[in-house]
Design a protein around this ligand. Structure first.
Ligand SMILES: Cc1ncc(COP(=O)(O)O)c(C=O)c1O
Length: 372
């Protein structure tokens, strides 16, 4: 079956996705509810497997995703990226079509823009404050008085409904032990709880504290004081997550089938048609003293082939170095390989359709949302 696909092809093993989703649902205990992030796969089918239901609360990363999922029957959506003022009109239109569209802000100018739009169009917006609990990508400083003033500004608006605090422990990707990831998870929850306590003193209640990343949610037993978790990558997992200890290689549900298009025994190299536009160019986990590799090269059954190293990616070429002692003739022109990507979210985003399999059998095709 893998022999017939036009390469490079993005393949999703649905049985593994189902198992990953069931495990994540079983991990999270009340009062923590799951609001899975769907940005990894961006498909209706994937979201339903995450929820174990036809519909339910989800998290998205683009407005186009939010619209796509609304069209697919999802009525409770958090768009977990701070809104650009130019998108407020589109967001307002979408908000009228579903039960809840939560928007994210971390700056007074965004709050003012939402307030101004809402007052001139007699609409209202549900708003989360993005909090920086250590990643330093986006979000307000929970220790700063200005952050409390920003929430007071949201609460003072008759057009904005303050729904809670949201953070994402992106820095859980930068540490090198499960113990360190557990510490980040505990600090992420504690950070929101401390901030919620300060808001309480200022007379502001926090309905929802929302956290979530795949590394933290994969290794903690409890998320004390957290009402909502938003992991997403666990649906597919990938080579980076195996390095972090979130999963094993057998849990990786997404791979790219590639064909050998260049064969160079004299310099122990082969080239495939899986370049950067088929795999993305995420360098993966850092291994001090070792050259980066752009994925795990496997046979078509998904078993890693020792001695094959995907060391170079250009637009349409994947360069594989072959160790001495490996029989390079096995990888003749036209031979096929299966690559587990470093970062499945970025890799999936390069394909307009996914071939869905269970083991060696094709069971369908998923079409993801695209664009912004
Ligand atoms: C705001 C937000 N929430 C949740 C997630 C999901 O995290 P992960 O991809 O580790 O599952 C992300 C991922 O980037 C995110 O940006």
């Amino acid at each position: 079956m893998f022999e017939e696909l036009s390469t490079p092809a993005f393949v999703v093993d649905r049985a593994i996705v189902r198992r990953n989703c069931e495990r994540m649902r079983a991990r999270l205990n009340p009062p923590t509810r799951l609001r899975p992030h769907v940005k990894t796969h961006k498909t209706l089918e994937g979201a339903r497997l995450q929820l174990g239901a036809e519909t339910g609360p989800i998290t998205v990363s683009t407005l186009a995703e939010a619209e796509f999922f609304a069209d697919g029957g999802f009525r409770d959506i958090t768009w977990a990226v701070p809104i650009a003022p130019s998108k407020i009109g589109r967001a307002a239109t979408l908000a009228t079509r579903i039960d809840r569209l939560n928007l994210l802000v971390d700056h007074v100018d965004s709050v003012d823009a939402l307030d101004a739009f809402a007052s001139s169009s007699s609409t209202g917006f549900d708003v989360f404050l993005k909090v920086d609990c250590g990643t330093h990508r986006a979000g307000v400083d929970p220790e700063s008085a200005a952050s409390i003033a920003l929430v007071e500004r949201i609460v003072a608006s008759p057009h904005l409904r303050f729904r809670g605090l949201l953070t994402h422990a992106g820095h859980s990707y930068d540490v090198d032990s499960v113990e360190a990831i557990r510490e980040i998870a505990a600090e992420e929850a504690a950070c929101l709880t401390r901030f919620a306590g300060k808001l309480q003193v200022a007379g502001i209640g926090v309905e929802t504290r929302s956290i979530g990343s795949t590394p933290t949610c994969s290794v903690v037993e409890r998320l004390p004081g957290v009402e909502e978790a938003r992991p997403g990558n666990y649906v597919f997992f990938d080579a980076v997550q195996t390095g972090l200890g979130s999963c094993t290689l057998e849990d990786c549900a997404a791979s790219v089938i590639v064909s050998v298009i260049g064969h160079y025994p004299e310099r122990a190299a082969i080239v495939t048609d899986g370049g950067a536009l088929a795999l993305s160019k995420d360098g993966g986990a850092r291994h001090p003293g070792r050259e980066p590799e752009y994925g795990v090269v496997c046979d078509l059954a998904g078993t890693p082939i020792p001695g094959l190293h995907l060391r170079g990616l250009s637009q349409e070429h994947g360069q594989i170095a072959v160790d001495a002692g490996v029989e390079i003739e096995r990888f003749a022109i036209g031979a096929r390989l299966r690559v587990i990507p470093n970062h499945s979210c970025l890799t999936a985003a390069l394909f307009d359709r996914y071939t869905v399999v269970e083991g060696a059998e094709v069971v369908g095709e998923w079409k993801p949302a695209r664009g912004w």
